[in-house]
Design a protein around this ligand. Structure first.
Ligand code: AMP
Ligand code: GLY
Length: 423
């Protein structure tokens, strides 16, 4: 079977590695891929947003299955282009990906169907938003309605910050048209957990839980980033929490989307907050999480191609998802200065140390092949994942493996998975 993966980050490298383990795959392609993906797939230089070129390539190569990794092409309808061409694709159609593409849509959906989430109001007029804030309880959360590279969420501690936030999102348009509309939401406290779920339009099955560290610096300080590391499972995601979420969140969301005529096929990523009043949805994403995927997929025992196909064919109820009891920790190696200014183009040494070592993985995010070797080519450069018998061992193994890699301006957090020490 010939498989095409659309995307070129750490998430897609983890997906590519999992696909390459499948005996059913005879040839793997990635568009555009990266230097790491190139070790398991043939990379082609096509943009993730170029639907006509992607479909033409898939037709020419007689691709049997295409997997779309990132949010932008899904929200823009690239999966629809494959469906319209009669090709098999894993990833939601545009009318379902809106669950990530519009925060106002997802909040209204949760309200209509009684799915637990924070109280909120939506505004498309800055004056009305400012008037509302005058009497609102602080802290408060402002969210740009549209996609904003994960940066369109502002936590405001007081009225002054909140007013400044409305200006940033709606008047200065820091995230462009994503801020034409905003959601103003109640501030919640609790542990955050990421649960990625396979969906076939009707059935939904959660993968092993994970937790992300979004801030740039140790102790959850500094700016928000795309993610500095993850661990799986989350010790806070107990059987009781799982039962509650299966009953009140996951299936309820699938049913709600179906009732709206927006059957969701692909991965639904539920960002949860475990509050004193029970689990609530912080946000939905319409795709695998990054770097969550880099700890979740290495623990998965299933042939991932079987699972992708079951989702496309509406037969997910016939699949039993199976995850190893081992834990996994992923530490992101970034370029110093990320998420602001950083230099790139430095040679990366030590990548070969991971060859033939079970339980150790190096996923490429921002890298580039050159005649000097593999170079740094982005803010987040690599994700180093290791497994262990429990989270403490997995964490020690992951940090040991970060020492095998060397490049100029290498930066990482030193406390990934630290929450596990606090139990
Ligand atoms: P999002 O991009 O929606 O995941 O939001 C980014 C981060 O903002 C989340 O991971 C949370 O840490 C935080 N956040 C979002 N919504 C809320 C909320 N209602 N209360 C507290 N924190 C929030
Ligand atoms: N790690 C968060 C995300 O993928 O959006």
């Amino acid at each position: 079977m010939k498989v095409l993966i659309v995307g070129g980050g750490g998430r897609e490298h983890a997906i590519a590695c999992k696909c390459s383990e499948s005996k059913r795959v005879s040839k793997l392609y990635a568009a555009p891929g990266n230097a790491g993906i190139a070790e398991v797939a043939e990379c082609v230089d096509i943009s993730v947003m170029d639907a006509p070129a992607l479909v033409a390539f898939a037709k020419e190569k007689e691709i049997d299955l295409t997997i779309i990794g990132p949010d932008d092409p899904l929200v823009a309808g690239v999966a629809d282009a494959f469906m319209a061409a009669g090709m098999r694709v894993f990833g939601p159609a545009k009318n379902a990906a809106i669950i990530e593409g519009s925060k106002a849509f997802s909040k209204d959906l949760m309200k209509k169907y009684g799915i637990p989430s924070a109280a909120y109001e939506t505004f498309d007029n800055p004056d009305a938003a400012l008037a509302y804030l005058e009497t609102a309880k602080m802290p408060i959360v402002l969210k740009a309605d549209g996609l904003a590279l994960g940066k369109g969420v502002l936590i405001c501690n007081n009225l002054e910050e909140a007013k400044e936030g409305v200006k940033t999102l709606m008047l200065d348009k820091q995230f462009g048209s994503a801020g034409d509309k905003i959601v103003i939401e109640e501030f919640m406290t609790g542990r955050e957990v990421s649960v990625l779920c396979f969906c076939d339009g009707t059935h939904i099955k959660p993968m092993a839980s994970a937790q992300d560290h979004k801030r740039a610096k140790d102790g959850d300080q500094g700016l928000n980033t795309g993610g500095m590391g993850t661990f799986s499972p989350s010790p806070f995601y107990t059987d009781e929490v799982d039962k509650f979420c299966k009953e009140n969140i996951y299936q309820a969301t699938m049913d709600a989307m179906k009732a709206e005529g927006r059957d969701f096929t692909g991965v639904l990523f539920c960002g949860l907050m475990l509050t004193e009043d029970g689990p609530k949805v912080l946000e939905y994403n319409a795709r695998f999480g990054d770097p969550e995927t880099q700890v979740v997929l290495p623990r998965m025992k299933n042939d991932i191609i079987d699972v992708f196909e079951a989702c496309i064919d509406g037969k997910l109820d016939e699949i039993e998802l199976d995850f190893e009891d081992k834990a996994a920790v992923c530490v992101v190696l970034a370029s110093d200065g990320y998420p602001e200014h950083y230099e790139k183009g430095f040679v990366i040494n030590g990548l070969d140390s991971f060859k033939d070592k079970d339980d150790y993985y190096v996923f490429h995010a921002g890298t580039k092949a050159s005649d000097k070797g593999v170079l740094t080519n982005g803010g987040r450069v690599l994700g180093v994942t290791a497994k262990g018998s429990d989270l403490v061992e997995a964490r020690a193994n992951a940090y040991k493996a970060t020492e095998w890699i060397d490049f100029e301006n290498k930066y990482m957090r030193n406390d990934i998975g630290k929450a596990i020490d606090e139990q």
